[in-house]
Write a protein that binds this ligand. Sequence first.
Ligand code: KIV
Length: 272
Amino acid sequence: MSAITKEYKRVTVKSLIEMKANKEKIAMLTAYDYTMAKIVDHAGIDIILVGDSASNVMAGHETTLPITLEQMIYHASSVIRAVKRALVVVDLPFGSYQGNSRVALEAAIRIMKESGGHAVKMEGGSEIQESVIRILSAGIPVMAHLGLTPQSIYKFGTYTVRAKEQAEAEKLKSDAKLMQELGCFALVLEKVPAKLAAEVAKDLTIPVIGIGAGGGVDGQVLVTHDMLGMTHEFSPRFLRRYLDLFNEMSQAFTKYTEDVKSGDFPNAEEQY
Ligand code: KIV
């Protein structure tokens, strides 16, 4: 039985911190539209992320940089209309919070007001602290994101594992601590060594959700289209595929084409 049928209770930032304290792992997936969000929520996923990965997955851009605030609000409001139980976290898009903390607050307020999302996620450490403080001071919950931060891809140059060197690992640890001290309710750690991620999770009281960060953290997140096997050309080591939807859907579309062309569809029962 799924969590939602077992116990229908809304997930909150407070309940996530309790889950960590009770050593209950947190499951998080992405969604960008109503239909997918409805299925993900029904399955009992704790956090639904309206990720800026929509830029890649939905719009076909090479990076997450082009997606706009308006587009994030559109995706988030579609998700919110479907969700009854999960906490819905919405990515602040590139350019909406890195420069000026007043602009950052305006962007976060627009997301909360116009989409109905429950929290925002922001990539970066000490460099973005002013924006984090201002958004938190307006009562908007913030999820931090460290390690591989795809909005900075042109600074890194590659999507390889981050913080393998001591200096970067130390900076990540101090940024993680800072984000907790500022009042963030959770932290995403992307593509960092499992040992480092486990250390950070042990050191913090807020939940640490990993993607490519090993099993020693408090929860896991994957991009839904990746774990369903829809984006079949993308196969990083950390990805577990639960379905092969690219092939299954392709077969269905091919069969439909054949049926239409042969006149098999629609049959006598499939018409008025
Ligand atoms: O945008 C996204 O999907 C994300 C996850 C990979 C954590 O930030």
